[in-house]
Ligand binder design. Structure first.
Ligand code: FMN
Length: 420
């Protein structure tokens, strides 16, 4: 199965400028600067159906058009390499090993939205990724691909680095803008959205690393070609991450619409120790659990949504038979409670309350009335924070209560896991 980002399989080593150019790198930039108006670049991205890979799946072309069309100047682009989602390493790998692919995506995005400054916002713990991108930037500057009059055109672009604090909320787009403005990583109230009022109040396209890495291929080969991968509603490919629960952990680029079974069994080599699957979280810690009979669903936004969950940024977590779901969601609830930045009272209260309630269930306290409280706390707080973190603990907890009630009942009756 051919990939778009990894045409010959996941790259294990860093690709330098020469190698990237030898396989057609920077021809998309040349094509754009020599013959495509910025609006045409945006139109191509819109027609390709490229959706953000940072979690929300927002159409990239639409976001760029919002920024481009703002009269307010200057415009900015931010590459979001904050990546702090548990189990996600895809953005790190792209920046480490395919830095010029990412760089070309950043330059094309800047050309399209009319930005003359772009920021590379990279997780401060990703030293190798930062070094790789810094080297790529120096190489690109040397080759006239970044800087003044790029490739002889009238397009100028400066690219700057900013270290992203290693915490979850710092990857939220408006929190990233605060950090670039040298403030604390605290999300802003929206609207206005960054696309129209972002960095220093100016129109700013913030995009995930994987999103921008898709751009050069789309501009080089066209939207129609891109749409030959994936499904009509989720075109292209997506990088999925499998962790230690499978025989071959790693990241896998698959066309949208490939099944969960294909990812887990064919790519991941099946579940370690041949254990059977109790539940699957298809999109990281904020996605609802799916029961094992959903293993044949296609991995695309609509199908996963129809099955009751979400695809997020592609971290697929498998819970094996014999594991306790109460312990699983307690870990998740503790994570969100710890990662809530605390500025929105509702989020601070909700995330902590859910974690405390789950701890009580784990210890056999509270009885049935406590189980009934979860959905009340979750629905009462929905949407009441500046960012989406407030909505994140809900889906795993509510799906666990729906699908694995006996685990909760056992804890309430015995104060321990069924297996211990
Ligand atoms: C708590 C939280 C953390 C986030 N962390 C990241 C992150 O590390 N990287 C990322 O690209 N998007 C992250 N996002 C999503 C961004 O806010 C934003 O939607 C994304 O950068 C937009 O890029 P895209 O449209 O290319 O996906 C996070 C969102 C939330 C609510």
């Amino acid at each position: 199965m051919q990939g778009i980002l990894f045409p010959r399989g996941v790259v294990e080593e860093r690709e330098g400028l020469q190698e990237y150019r030898a396989r057609g790198g920077y021809t998309a930039l040349e094509k754009a600067l020599k013959g495509l108006a910025p609006e045409t670049v945006i139109q191509e991205i819109t027609e390709s159906g490229l959706q953000g890979r940072g979690g929300a799946g927002f159409p990239a072309g639409k976001k760029w058009a919002f920024t481009r069309e703002c009269a307010e100047q200057p415009h900015y682009v931010v590459l979001n390499g904050g990546e702090d989602e548990p189990g996600s390493k895809k953005d790190r790998l792209l920046m480490e090993n395919l830095p010029h692919l990412v760089m070309e995506g950043v330059i094309l995005a800047s050309y399209a939205v009319g930005a003359s400054t772009a920021y590379l916002y990279v997780n401060s713990q990703y030293n190798k990724a930062k070094d790789s991108m810094a080297q790529a930037l120096a190489e690109a500057q040397e080759a006239g691909l970044v800087g003044k009059k790029i490739l002889g055109s009238d397009f100028n672009l400066d690219i700057l680095f900013v270290a992203a604090p290693p915490n979850y909320v710092a990857g939220e787009d408006s929190a990233a803008l605060e950090v670039i403005e040298q403030k604390q990583p605290l999300p802003r109230q929206k609207p206005p959205f960054p696309a129209t009022a972002g960095l220093f109040g100016k129109p700013t396209a913030v995009n995930n690393v994987e999103t921008l890495a898709n751009v050069p291929a789309i501009i080089a080969s066209g939207a129609k070609w891109y749409r030959s991968f994936g499904t009509p509603e989720s075109p292209g490919t997506m990088i999925f991450s499998l962790n230690d629960e499978v025989n071959r952990p790693g990241i896998y680029e698959l066309p949208f619409g490939s099944t969960l079974r294909f990812l887990i069994e064919e790519r991941g080599g099946g579940v370690k120790g041949g254990k059977s699957i109790k539940a699957i979280m298809p999109g990281g810690p904020s996605s609802a659990f799916l029961p094992p009979d959903k293993i044949d669903i296609p991995l695309d936004h609509n199908s996963v949504r129809a099955a009751g969950s979400s695809i997020g940024c592609g971290v697929v977590h498998i819970v094996t038979e014999g594991s306790c779901i109460v312990e699983e969601i307690l870990r998740i609830a503790d994570f969100f409670a710890a990662e809530s930045c605390g500025q929105c009272p509702a989020c601070r209260m909700e995330t902590n309350t859910l974690a405390v309630m789950l701890k009580k269930v784990q210890q056999g306290q509270g009885g049935q009335p406590l189980l009934e409280q979860f959905s009340k706390v979750i629905s009462f707080n929905k949407g009441k924070g500046f960012c989406n973190l407030i909505n994140m603990p809900g889906p795993p907890i509510e799906s666990a209560l729906r699908l694995f009630r006996p685990d909760f009942e056992f804890h309430l009756a015995n104060g321990r896991c069924p297996q211990s």
